[in-house]
Design a protein around this ligand. Structure first.
Ligand SMILES: Cc1cc2nc3c(=O)[nH]c(=O)nc-3n(C[C@H](O)[C@H](O)[C@H](O)COP(=O)(O)OP(=O)(O)OC[C@H]3O[C@@H](n4cnc5c(N)ncnc54)[C@H](O)[C@@H]3O)c2cc1C
Length: 495
């Protein structure tokens, strides 16, 4: 979009004058959540009554880091569950079948293909009535009951309501990796982008830190590039993700658990149910899947100590069982292991330094008291998004924390928010007109980052952003003018 030349901010451009105009909503971040929210608003007819701006430095809306991937990277949720629309669960399946008629609901399709879907649906249904500001938001402060959003490189826009949808931050560096290694081109700090591993030669040795789904993506990408040398995956427990169940779903019923049950009780229930399922010829995966609809409630019911215990002791086990890989990918990994081309080790990094001969990593293997040194050509960080926004959130979150508009939860999983997504500020108060959408709401809901969760969250927020709500929230000075023609618009750039 073209911005107007920098000019002083007009007096109270948002809400002071009782003029008839449409409320302005700004979404900071233009990944899946922003595209989904905009499309849901369009389907509810709300883009005719509000002005929506998405602020994201990426020229493409809808992909974020997850769906702008290498073609071999696969979705970890089956096609039948990846629709953008809660009320039309087969939407993605139908779209995919138009391109690949043989697609089954249980197929794990390419993440890039999914990015095509989101981009296309958003582009058709919402983009013509949404303004995309290609910029990074660096600050947010209140003025006259609304918001001023400062952009990187200067300039600002105003909005009545702001949605924080900034998504996945790059992984934190593994502990004990030296500053020299962090700045070395042989160290890949985040492997998600499709071209992140291009610089790795076919005979280079590779250490991947992490053994989860991202580590498997790295393995597949390297092999697809013709890589033949050994790859070592290193994680605290050295366990690969469990397999998805092949074949029809096998629903199980969980036993009744008293409200407010503690972590120990839940662990016992899950273990017993998994053993019982297997004893009856049912897959253990069905027990984990049965927990999906109640995971958020279980999390909300745990006390602070139990949450911490879960994060330290149970989480690696939970992640390996919950975030599962397609069986064919695991079979391929097993073949590589059998051929000596893949090692999966349990341990932690004691130190890592780089010199012209390679990266020298001292590894303390699990159960051993001494460290051994491995020399590798490349180290790839596949440890998953860093959830600590104080560390990764850049200027935007630094400023938001300092101003007290948002607060991190005590476990640093995301932002404090109400069930509606309304942000809770540093003094425990709701910050009017500021909403959180996406994975940053993990603190309240724990697993809240796959499309089935995100589309439900976006749908609820779209309903909340309905005009009646806005009018109530913003006062009578804002009167929706649904007769105004939908058009691409520019906001004044403020000096
Ligand atoms: C590698 C990976 C694979 C995944 N695979 C799956 C899967 O198979 N199935 C599934 O259901 N879920 C998957 N997920 C979960 C995934 O996080 C969500 O599906 C979804 O991508 C989250 O969307 P989002 O909009 O919250 O964040 P993102 O898609 O990460 O988008 C956030 C956007 O915010 C922008 N941004 C950040 N800071 C600013 C700022 N200050 N100003 C302006 N813009 C900013 C970024 O540029 C980015 O475009 C995966 C996640 C990852 C990381």
């Amino acid at each position: 979009m073209e911005l107007a030349a920098a000019s002083p901010m007009p007096a109270s451009p948002t809400l002071a004058s009782p003029t008839v105009r449409r409320p302005r909503v700004a979404v900071l971040g233009g990944g899946f959540c922003a595209a989904n929210l905009a499309t849901l608003l369009a389907r509810k007819g709300l883009l005719d009554t509000i002005d929506l701006t998405i602020v994201d430095p990426s020229p493409r809306i809808g992909r974020g880091v997850a769906y702008d991937a290498h073609p071999v990277h696969r979705l970890n949720v089956p096609a039948g569950k990846m629709s953008m629309f809660p009320d039309d669960p087969d939407h993605f399946l139908r779209w995919a079948r138009e391109r690949r008629p043989e697609t089954a609901p249980s197929d794990f399709l390419s993440r890039n293909l999914y990015g095509d879907y989101v981009e296309e649906v958003y582009g058709r249904e919402a983009a013509p009535r949404v303004e995309h500001l290609v910029a990074r938001a660096d600050d947010l402060h209140r003025r006259d009951g609304g918001w001023v959003i400062a952009l990187a490189g200067g300039g600002a826009i105003t909005a009545d309501l702001v949605v924080l949808a900034t998504g996945n931050a790059p992984p934190a560096h593994p502990a004990n990796i030296s500053v020299g290694v962090r700045g070395d081109p042989r160290y890949v700090a985040a492997p998600w982008r499709g071209d992140a591993l291009r610089g790795i030669g076919t005979t280079d040795t590779v250490l991947v830190v992490g053994a989860s789904l991202t580590a498997l993506d790295v393995l597949l990408t390297l092999r697809e590039q013709g890589h033949t040398a050994k790859v070592t995956l290193l994680s605290r427990r050295g366990v690969l993700p469990g397999p998805h169940h092949e074949g029809p779903a096998a629903p199980v019923l969980l036993p009744e658990v008293p409200a407010g049950a503690d972590l120990r009780t839940w662990m016992r229930v899950v273990r017993t149910a998994a053993h019982a399922a297997v004893a009856h010829g049912l897959p253990w995966q069905s027990v984990i899947d049965a927990l999906r609809p109640v995971t958020s409630d279980i999390w909300a019911g745990l006390g602070a100590d139990d949450r911490r215990r879960f994060l330290v002791h149970v989480r690696p086990w939970w992640d390996a069982h919950r975030h599962r890989a397609p069986s064919d990918v695991l079979r391929y990994a097993a073949q590589l292991q059998a051929a000596g081309a893949l090692d999966v080790r349990a341990g932690t990094i004691a130190s890592a330094v780089a010199d012209p001969h390679g990266i020298h990593v001292r590894v303390r293997r699990r159960g051993r008291s001494f460290a051994e040194t491995w020399r590798v050509d490349h180290v790839i960080n596949a440890t998953g998004p860093d959830l600590d926004l104080a560390r990764t959130g850049g200027p935007l979150y630094r400023n938001l924390f300092v101003r007290g508009h948002v607060a991190q939860d005590p476990d640093r999983l995301g932002l404090e928010a109400e069930a509606s997504g309304a942000a809770i500020g540093g003094f425990g108060q709701v910050t009017p007109g500021l909403f959180v959408l996406g994975g940053a709401r993990r603190a309240q809901r724990w697993e809240n980052n796959a499309v089935p969760d995100l589309r439900a969250q976006a749908d609820a927020l779209a309903a909340l952003l309905g005009v009646d709500h806005l009018r109530r929230d913003l006062g009578d000075s804002v009167t929706p003018d649904s007769s105004a023609p939908p058009a691409r618009r520019c906001h004044p750039r403020l000096g």
